[in-house]
Ligand binder design. Structure first.
Ligand SMILES: Nc1ncnc2c1ncn2[C@@H]1O[C@H](COP(=O)(O)OP(=O)(O)O)[C@@H](O)[C@H]1O
Ligand SMILES: [Mg+2]
Length: 142
């Protein structure tokens, strides 16, 4: 069985870092030789989770810490996005398609739906006042 590999990064909750997160995750995943579509899906899912951490978790406060942990073994990838922001009162409700607490029209309430569509598994754990952890898994084609 191939060895497990892992990486971790942390950055401040500034929107400019959304692009950084996408590039960093791609660079790590590229070692597995993903298809263009698999890479696209993973970048999209990470992007949604990181955006949520920045705009909802830290409410645009720019000095929060967002951490991404990513590992893989045997073409199965796990990605965890962690913030220590405001947290979510009801995860079940937040994950409903079109549910949003944002007043801006561009936020359509589909972030979690996109994550679920792009990845095989999405698990959200959150505590109000403590933060949110989003764990996702995806198996790449062999
Ligand atoms: N990391 C987070 N911290 C706090 N609240 C969050 C976080 N991620 C999601 N949420 C809550 O879940 C809701 C739904 O998220 P999402 O499906 O991405 O839609 P949108 O971001 O468009 O509102 C958000 O409006 C927000 O209330
Ligand atoms: Mg969102």
């Amino acid at each position: 069985m191939p060895k497990r590999n892992e990486m971790q990064i942390q950055f401040l909750s500034q929107s400019v870092n959304e692009a950084f997160a996408r590039v960093a995750i791609s660079a790590f995943i590229t070692q597995l030789d993903p298809t263009v579509e698999e890479l696209y899906d993973i970048k999209m899912a990470v992007s949604e989770a990181v955006t949520n951490a920045i705009i909802h978790g830290y409410e645009d406060k720019e000095d929060g810490i967002v951490a991404i942990k990513c590992g893989y073994q045997d073409k199965v990838i796990d990605i965890t996005i962690i913030d220590e922001g405001k947290g979510i009162k009801s995860v079940e409700e937040a994950m409903q398609p079109l549910y949003t607490t944002s007043l801006e029209e561009e936020r359509a309430g589909l972030g979690f739906t996109v994550m679920q569509e792009m990845m095989d598994e999405v698990e959200v754990c959150s505590h109000p006042g403590l933060g949110t952890t989003v764990k996702m898994k995806k198996s790449l084609e062999k």
